[in-house]
Design a protein around this ligand. Structure first.
Ligand SMILES: [Zn+2]
Length: 102
């Protein structure tokens, strides 16, 4: 398997206007041991693509992209906001059971 040691990141094309996405418009929003959440903005049509890069064993890299109108600074704001923990999820579950639509 070929190993990529280059620092150049190929971001692909904008899903909207098909222009090449540039590395200089890339913002790293969050980084953990295995995943990096990135946001890249297209200069041509101003759409943003949010994607995670998951580094796994054997140098496998997988990406999941989401087209969004969220800007990098919005995500930073969300990240610094209230955290959701197990209790919140449980409370939501209980709420849904009581007021469920099903
Ligand atoms: Zn574009």
């Amino acid at each position: 398997m070929a190993k990529k040691a280059t620092k150049t990141i190929f971001l692909g094309l904008c899903p909207i206007c098909r222009k090449k996405l540039h590395e200089k418009n890339l913002a790293i929003i969050d980084k953990s041991n295995v995943t990096t959440l990135c946001c890249v903005k297209c200069l041509s049509c101003e759409s943003s693509v949010l994607f995670t890069v998951a580094s796994q064993e054997h140098n496998m890299v997988t990406t999941v992209g989401i087209l969004t109108d969220v800007q990098a600074q919005d995500i930073a704001m969300l990240k610094n906001g209230a955290k959701v923990d197990y209790d919140d999820v449980l409370a939501m579950h209980v709420f849904l059971e009581k007021h469920g639509t099903s």
